[in-house]
Design a protein around this ligand. Structure first.
Ligand SMILES: *Cc1c(COP(=O)(O)O)cnc(C)c1O
Length: 354
């Protein structure tokens, strides 16, 4: 769905393509260089061990496992929760449906039941209606999936009451629950609700270090001790077990210590960007819907998304075309408030042009 721009006619001065484009800061790099390391497969890497303890504590779970990516957190969690032929219920925009190369089918053999709902969220009624009765012809419902914040839902935050209502329905039907927390800490900072409170109703949850947190590699999946023991088997099997991984885990340790509170700056920048864009001709955007660091807008004029993205790029500003008329802009650690003003100037010039 992300339309790639192959030719880059000018240097990218302001990169709003994704919060994954951040580069480790000088302090983070120094901290990584100096990390104590060992063989993480033997649990002998003190930095990996520390990061896993930090994440287990943050999410209020018994244990956590460091993995190379958020995608691997999702795919391993799917395989631990589900047997082939069983079904996961997720919003139709969920990451594994669109961006994990068919992993649920290829790796877990799982059937996906996509649920509807505004802004990347379904409610308890939609979930209850989607859960299959016990019938030989149906796949067996097994897992309920929540993405917090919702990426294709525009960085929206599931309200806590909705999370609890949905997970209550899951429990009543004896289904497992998984929280894709690639941007959970954005929800934490924006809502003031602690990560462990968001994660409490879920059997498994994970956070990504490479989104707003600004580390170069890795994510960590948390759950019960038994769940994580099984996740470790699959990490080994899928080639995700590493050696002196403390070098990269240190980026996560540093990020959790220094890059969480500052997510509020990204949210303020996103709001400012949204307000500015909303005032431009040919843009449909409700700034009130921008809750975290993702800004989605629709083009209502003559220009399509690919053209606008290309013309912005020519002015040193990169955004992503998510559809023929939909653009996504993402704020992060490497974008300042002053750069947001410059990006708005560029957008104003592009959209005013015939
Ligand atoms: C980025 C993302 C992932 C995958 O994380 P990677 O670390 O890029 O593999 C999963 N879910 C959501 C919602 C994401 O935004």
């Amino acid at each position: 769905m992300l339309v790639r721009t192959m030719a880059q006619p000018s240097p990218i001065e302001i990169d709003l393509y994704s919060d994954t484009v951040t580069r480790p800061t000088a302090e983070m790099r120094r901290f990584m260089c100096e990390a104590e390391v060992g063989d993480e497969q033997k649990h002998e890497d003190p930095t990996v061990n520390l990061l896993e303890e930090m994440v287990a504590d943050l999410l209020g779970k018994e244990a956590a496992v460091f993995l190379p990516s958020g995608t691997m957190c999702n795919e391993i969690a799917l395989r631990v929760h589900c047997r082939p032929g069983e079904e996961m219920l997720a919003h139709r925009t969920a990451h594994p449906i669109h961006f994990e190369s068919g992993g649920p089918a290829a790796l877990a053999g799982v059937n996906v039941r996509p649920l509807d709902g505004a802004r990347g969220q379904f409610d308890a009624e939609a979930l209850a209606a989607g859960i299959r009765p016990d019938f030989r012809h149906f796949p067996r419902s097994r897992l309920v999936w929540v993405e917090q914040t919702s990426n294709l839902g525009g960085g929206s935050i599931w309200p806590l009451a909705r999370v609890r209502a949905v997970t209550d329905v899951a429990r009543r039907h004896r289904l497992s629950t998984h929280l894709d927390g690639a941007r959970l800490l954005n929800a934490v900072v924006a809502s003031g609700v602690a990560a462990r409170d968001w994660a409490a109703p879920f059997d498994s949850a994970w956070i990504d270090f490479t989104k707003g947190l600004g580390a170069p590699v890795g994510a960590a999946l948390a759950g019960s001790r038994d769940f994580i023991a099984e996740a470790w088997r699959l990490k080994q099997q899928m080639g995700g077990a590493m050696r002196q991984a403390g070098i990269i885990a240190a980026g996560g340790v540093y990020a959790l210590r220094h890059h969480v509170k500052r997510l509020a700056e990204d949210h303020a920048n996103a709001r400012r960007l949204a307000e500015g864009l909303a005032g431009l001709p040919g843009v449909a955007l409700d700034p009130a819907g921008v809750e975290t660091n993702l800004v989605f807008f629709e083009l209502t004029g003559r220009l399509d998304a690919a053209t606008v993205v290309e013309r912005l790029l020519a002015r040193g500003v990169r955004m992503g075309a998510l559809g023929p008329r939909t653009i996504r802009a993402v704020t992060h650690l490497d974008v300042s408030a002053a750069q947001i003003e410059r990006a708005l100037d560029a957008a104003g010039a592009v959209l005013a042009a015939p």
